[in-house]
Design a protein around this ligand. Structure first.
Ligand code: NAD
Length: 535
C-alpha cells in the first residue's frame, strides 16, 4: 500500500487474511476473494516461467506470431465477456473498455505480429576500422520479464508489457494491482490457452497476486528484467529493490500532462480532444490531459465551450440500461485524493464551472465530471497528479508562458499542442519536456501509432515500452564480431617491442588527425618508428 494514500474508507481489501476482497466500484458489490501469493509462491511462478522459456526462446518468429494471432482472435471472439470483466472490476464505461483496452491491445498485437520479426532479426552494422571483421547486433531474449502494474486499465496494463516480452522470446510473470485482481487471471488465461493451442507450455506466462509485498517478492525473486507501471512513490521503492539484484527496470510512472490551446487553434477540435484527454476512464489515465493551458485571447470562449459540454455529461453505473459518459473511480483512495485536490484548489481561488464534488455515494465511488477555471500554476492541483475526471483551465499570456508553465512540474510523460499554424505548433512541441507530444490531437493518441515509443522523462520514468525500442528493451542486445574472410590474422600485441609506442602514436595520428597536415605528420611518425625498429 502506498504510504501517501490513506486506507479506503468503504471497502477494506485486506479484511480476509491472505486474500484480496474484490468489488465492483460502481456498485460496491463483492466480486469474490483472490488468494495472495507469498514470496515462495512467487519464486515458484518465476521458476515455472523460466523452465518454459527455455523452449520458447528457441521458437521461430512464425510460431510466436501464430500464438499472438490466437490471442487476438480470442479477444475478438470474446469481446463482450472481456468488456464485462473490465467494467465490473474498474467501474469504467463499456465504451472506454472497448476503445481504451480492447482496441489498444488489438492494435499492439497487430503491430507486433506485422513488425516484430523485422525489429528482432540480427542487424548488420559497420565494423568500423576492423575491415576484416563483420559486426552485427543480435536480439536475444532476456529470460523472464516481470511486470508490476496499476489498476487503471485491467486488461491493457497486462497485455502492454506481455506482448513484446513474448514476441522477443521471453517468459512473463505479472503482478496486477490488488484493486483489479479479480479480472487478471481470466485475461492471462487467454494467452496461456493460445500457447497451449500451439503446443507450447502455458507456464510461460504467470500471474501472481497480492499487494506491494508481492511486487517486492517479484523483484527479489530473480526476474531478468522488470517493467513497473505505477506511481512515482512506488517507482522509487522498486528502483531500490532492483538495485540490490542489479535488475534492469523500465519505469512508467505518473504524469501531469500539459495540453496547450493556442489563440489560433480550432477550438471545437481542441475542446473535444480535451474531453477525451480529461474524461476517458474518468481521467484515471497516466496520459490524461491534466493541465489545460489556454491562451488568454481564446480562454473565455474555450471555457464556455467545454463547460457546456461537460454540464451535459451523464454519470452512473456503466452496466445500467442507458449509456453513461463517465463511470466510477476504480479505488476509494483515488476518490479521496481527487476530492482533496479539488477542494483545496477551490479554497485557493479556482472556480467550479461543472461538477466539483463526490456524487452517487450511496451507490459507488463516483466523482462528478468537473471543470475548474481560474486555476493557477502555483496551486497544488497543478503540480500533483489528479488522476480523476477533472479538467483544469489555466490562463496563459502567450506561447512562451505556456511552455514555461508546461515544463514547470516534475513530470514529463505526454503533451498536446493545438494551433492551426503548423510551424508554431511544432516549435512549441519541440520545447516541451515530455516523452510524447501530439499536435492537434490528444497526447494519449500516440499510443495508437505503435511505431512510436511510449514512456516519459523526468519523474515520469525511463525506458520505452512501445515500438522498436519497446521490443528491443525485452532483449539482450548482443554485440557480435564475426569473421568476414575465411583466413584470420593474428593480432599480435604481446610481447611489447621497442618502438611499439611510436608506431601506435603514428597510426592514431594518421587515422584521427583532422586535416592533411596532421595525417602527413602521422605517416612521418610511422615511418620513423618502423625505421627505428629495423635498427
Ligand atoms: P501504485 O504505485 O500504487 O501501484 C502500482 C503497482 O505497484 C500495484 O500492482 C501495486 O500493488 C504495486 N506496488 C505497490 N507498492 C509496491 C512496492 N513497494 N514494491 C513493488 N510493487 C509495489 O500505482 P497505482 O495507484 O496502482 O496506479 C496509478 C499510478 O500509475 C499513477 O501515478 C499513474 O500515472 C501511473 N500509471 C503510469 C502509466 C505509464 O505508462 N506511465 C500507466 C498507467 C498508470
Amino acid at each position: 500500500m502506498n504510504a501517501t494514500h490513506p486506507m479506503p474508507s468503504v471497502i477494506d481489501l485486506r479484511a480476509e487474511p491472505g486474500q484480496i476482497r474484490c468489488f465492483d466500484p460502481a456498485t460496491r458489490e463483492p466480486l469474490g476473494l483472490v488468494p495472495v501469493d507469498d514470496p515462495e509462491q512467487v519464486r515458484q511462478a518465476i521458476a515455472r516461467a523460466r523452465e518454459a522459456q527455455i523452449g520458447w526462446g528457441e521458437t521461430s518468429f512464425a510460431l510466436r506470431r501464430r500464438v499472438l494471432r490466437r490471442v487476438a482472435d480470442s479477444i475478438l471472439d470474446r469481446v463482450d465477456d472481456l468488456v464485462e470483466l473490465i467494467v465490473r472490476d474498474s467501474g469504467k464505461t463499456r465504451e472506454n473498455a472497448l476503445m481504451g483496452e480492447i482496441w489498444t491491445v488489438l492494435e499492439k498485437l497487430r503491430w507486433t505480429i506485422a513488425n516484430g520479426p523485422r525489429h528482432l532479426r540480427p542487424e548488420r552494422v559497420s565494423s568500423g576500422l576492423l575491415m576484416h571483421k563483420r559486426a552485427r547486433l543480435e536480439y536475444h531474449p532476456l529470460g523472464v520479464i516481470g511486470a508490476i502494474i496499476p489498476w487503471n486499465y485491467p486488461l491493457q496494463n497486462i497485455m502492454n508489457p506481455l506482448i513484446p516480452a513474448l514476441m522477443a522470446g521471453n517468459g512473463f510473470v505479472v503482478k496486477p494491482s490488488e484493486w483489479v485482481a479479480w479480472s487478471a487471471r481470466p485475461f492471462v488465461q487467454l494467452v496461456r490457452d493460445a500457447l497451449a493451442a500451439e503446443g507450447q507450455s502455458p507456464e510461460l506466462v504467470q500471474v501472481v497476486q497480492g499487494y506491494g509485498e508481492t511486487g517486492q517478492a517479484l523483484i527479489e525473486g530473480g526476474v531478468d528484467s522488470l517493467v513497473f507501471i505505477g506511481s512515482v512513490v512506488n517507482g522509487r521503492r522498486v528502483l531500490e529493490a532492483a538495485a540490490k539484484t542489479i535488475t534492469p527496470v523500465i519505469l512508467e510512472l505518473g504524469g501531469k500532462d500539459p495540453f496547450i490551446v493556442c489563440d489560433d487553434a480550432d477550438l471545437p477540435q481542441a475542446a473535444h480532444a480535451a474531453l477525451a484527454g480529461c474524461f476517458i476512464s474518468a481521467g484515471q489515465n497516466c496520459v490524461a490531459a491534466e493541465r489545460l493551458l489556454v491562451l488568454d485571447a481564446v480562454y473565455d470562449d474555450f471555457e464556455r465551450m467545454v463547460g457546456q459540454l461537460v454540464a451535459g455529461f451523464r454519470q452512473g453505473d456503466p452496466r445500467g440500461p442507458e449509456p453513461v459518459d463517465v463511470g466510477a473511480m476504480v479505488t476509494p483512495m483515488q476518490l479521496d485524493i481527487v476530492e482533496r485536490l479539488v477542494s483545496r484548489a477551490v479554497e485557493q481561488g479556482a472556480r467550479v464551472v461543472a461538477g466539483g464534488k463526490r456524487v452517487l455515494g450511496e451507490r459507488g465511488d463516483f466523482f462528478a465530471p468537473t471543470v475548474l477555471a481560474d486555476v493557477t500554476p502555483e496551486m497544488e492541483i497543478m503540480r500533483e497528479e489528479t488522476f480523476g475526471p477533472v479538467m483544469l483551465l489555466c490562463r496563459v499570456r502567450d506561447e512562451h508562458h505556456a511552455v514555461e508553465v508546461a515544463n514547470s512540474t516534475g513530470y514529463g510523460l505526454s503533451s498536446s499542442v493545438f494551433s492551426r499554424d503548423r510551424d508554431r505548433a511544432r516549435r512549441i512541441a519541440a520545447r516541451l519536456q515530455a516523452g510524447m507530444t501530439a499536435i492537434n490531437e490528444f497526447g494519449g493518441m500516440t499510443y495508437m501509432a505503435q511505431d512510436l515509443t511510449f514512456g516519459g522523462v523526468k519523474e515520469s520514468g525511463f525506458g520505452r515500452i512501445n515500438g522498436r525500442e519497446g521490443l528491443r528493451a525485452c532483449c539482450n542486445v548482443k554485440a557480435v564480431l564475426d569473421d568476414r574472410l575465411p583466413v584470420g590474422f593474428a593480432n599480435k600485441l604481446f610481447p611489447v617491442a621497442r618502438g611499439d609506442f611510436e608506431r601506435i602514436k603514428g597510426a592514431v595520428r594518421l587515422v584521427y588527425g583532422h586535416g592533411l597536415r596532421r595525417r602527413i605528420a602521422g605517416v612521418g611518425d610511422l615511418l620513423r618508428a618502423l625505421k627505428d625498429g629495423e635498427r
